[in-house]
Design a protein around this ligand. Structure first.
Ligand code: F6P
Length: 544
């Protein structure tokens, strides 16, 4: 592949560097006092999401230059290539078409000469039918009892999306169903998830794109043994196990009938798969209508991303701001702070989405990058984080851009709770931006020696995202916003945001170590001296 022009040599990049040198010390206090209407201007509203970016260390010129960079690297063409089904995952030679998972019936998206949208809807219809049968009790377990417990077994993208969506949309879920998730190969995960359940009322969804993942297959076999030991009949598998996968051969080998399999396609990346059949547990929990509303939310954001001008395009602006801090300010991390308890797993979900996508060290042509790529994502729901790590965001030595996410209407109105919650969103963003000067601290009567400790430097950048209410639809919009922001960043950095070679080496080494741990006689070890010693110590103590 021909080498593309180096990002850091691009005119727009160099203009940004020069601009950064000029403005990086400007304080948000100054920016706001010079332009009192900044907060009314520097926001974008689209498809029901409101994004305030005025508390960023940017001027209109910064935004103009960032957009120039997006244009110079050909972001528009990259977006079109994704939506068109081009094989933009170059290292795996695959199309990247999670947007097809939420394309409305009747739209057409071609992959290798075939329209994939009808197949998407065929699977969605089968999922809807199956979900309805579980929800109305007409799908019976092996002993004739109705299914009351759903356990999704999967890991990574086959777990984090479903868990996040289940938690996020719990308000809309059927409370007569117990929905749990087993991901870790640590036996505790399975043991705790099943200890109080009746196997006769429990359905396992084995979710794995490849159907070969060590953790998932180990848990799936344990689930099979658990069910069969309690139900005592091989035939029970047909009523208590369904599979979600792209690998029909492995599913059949496991013993799940192909008619109990819900398929998807190699053009759906694991971390982009929550809208595919991987979302079966979500659909069972919230019902097909709500699931489709979530897809409509995703689609609305897709259309916005595809068509809105860059300066009014939520994911583009978010992605460009991420590049601005990551590459020019040297920010290492981004904190995601949802002020919504139902979004408690959203940061964990975003960690895979952002870090597996953009944690890359070479460009598309394989040459090393000479700039920083994806930042570390982390976070906790507000207000809990305020009483743990916000101290560092306010007064530490690191710059940590924050995404605050809030909803105007509560799902559980309870006295003053919601106003108190949202007052904290606004207060935190305000405190981070404007801080408190030594003069202000002194004027409060603080003794001189204590003043430096009580000063808030401010100038800490934040985005505030507001939606009216957490609904299946608004969740879809929010997730798609981050998906496309990640895409925008990856396009600027010229990396493959859709492969994940970095997870392979550990998997391979574990396969080598397993027999060394399980051998009945002392194995000959040929690792480094640290690994050898750890293995020996484990073996000595494992059964003592
Ligand atoms: O190991 C990483 C990964 O490949 C993720 O990208 C993926 O989401 C996860 O493993 C699970 O893979 P599968 O769905 O094939 O079990």
């Amino acid at each position: 592949m021909a080498s593309a022009m180096k990002l850091t040599d691009r005119q727009a990049w160099q203009a940004l560097q020069a601009h950064y040198n000029q403005i990086h010390n400007r304080h948000l206090r100054t920016l706001f006092s010079e332009d009192p209407k900044r907060g009314e201007r520097m926001n974008v509203e689209a498809v029901g999401l409101y994004l305030d970016y005025s508390k960023h260390r940017v001027t209109d010129e910064t935004i103009r230059l960032l957009i120039e960079l997006a244009e110079e690297i050909g972001l528009r063409a990259r977006i079109d290539a994704m939506f068109r089904g081009d094989k933009i995952n170059v290292t795996e030679q695959r199309a990247v078409l999670h947007v097809a998972l939420r394309a409305p019936r009747g739209e057409s998206i071609m992959v290798d000469g075939k329209d994939v949208v009808p197949e998407v809807h065929e699977v969605l219809d089968r999922m809807a039918d199956f979900s309805a049968r579980i929800r109305d009790g007409s799908w019976k377990g092996h002993t004739g009892k109705r299914i009351r417990n759903i356990i999704n077994i999967g890991i990574g993208g086959s777990d984090l999306g479903p868990v996040m969506a289940y938690e996020a949309l719990r308000h809309y879920s059927d409370r007569n169903l117990t929905v749990r998730f087993v991901s870790n190969v640590d036996g505790t995960d399975f043991a705790e998830a099943t200890r109080d359940l009746d196997a006769a009322e429990t359905l396992f969804i084995i979710s794995s794109k490849t159907f070969t993942t060590l953790e998932t297959m180990t848990n799936a076999h344990t689930a099979r043994e658990w069910s069969l030991s309690k139900l005592g009949d091989e035939k029970a598998v047909a009523k208590h196990f369904v599979a979600v996968s792209t690998n029909a051969a492995e599913v059949t080998k496991f013993g799940i009938d192909a008619k109990n399999m819900f398929g998807f396609w190699d053009w759906v990346g694991g971390r982009y798969s929550m809208d595919s059949a991987i979302g079966l547990s979500t659909m069972i929990a919230i019902g097909a209508e709500n699931f489709r509303a979530m897809l409509a939310g995703f689609h609305a954001m897709d259309e916005h991303f595809r068509s809105a001008p860059f300066n009014r395009n939520l994911p583009v602006l978010m992605g460009l701001l991420a590049v601005w801090y990551n590459d020019f300010f040297g920010a290492q991390t981004v904190a995601v702070l949802p002020y919504e308890q139902y979004l408690k797993r959203f940061p964990a979900y975003l960690q895979q989405l952002t870090m597996e996508s953009n944690g890359k060290h070479v460009m598309l042509d394989g040459t090393p990058v000479d700039y920083q790529t994806g930042p570390i994502f982390w976070g906790e729901p507000g207000t809990n984080g305020q009483h743990s790590f916000y101290q560092m965001i306010h007064q530490g030595t690191k710059i940590i851009p924050c995404d605050f996410i809030g909803f105007c209407r509560p799902l559980n109105p309870l006295g003053r709770h919601h106003d108190l919650l949202l007052s904290n969103v606004f207060a935190q963003a305000e405190a981070l931006a404007f801080g408190k000067t030594p003069e202000q601290v002194k004027a409060e009567g603080t003794p001189d020696w204590l003043v430096p400790h009580r000063v808030f430097e401010g100038n800490r950048p934040t985005t505030t995202i507001l939606a009216d209410e957490l609904t299946p639809e608004s969740l879809g919009k929010l997730v798609a916003l981050y998906e496309h922001s990640v895409f925008t960043q990856g396009a600027i950095w010229n990396i493959d945001s859709f492969d994940q070679w970095g997870v392979e080496l550990g998997k391979v080494l574990a396969q080598r170590i397993i027999p060394e741990l399980e051998a009945s006689t002392e194995p000959k070890l040929a690792h480094d001296s640290s690994t050898n010693t750890l293995i020996r110590r484990y073996r000595e103590r494992r059964h003592s």
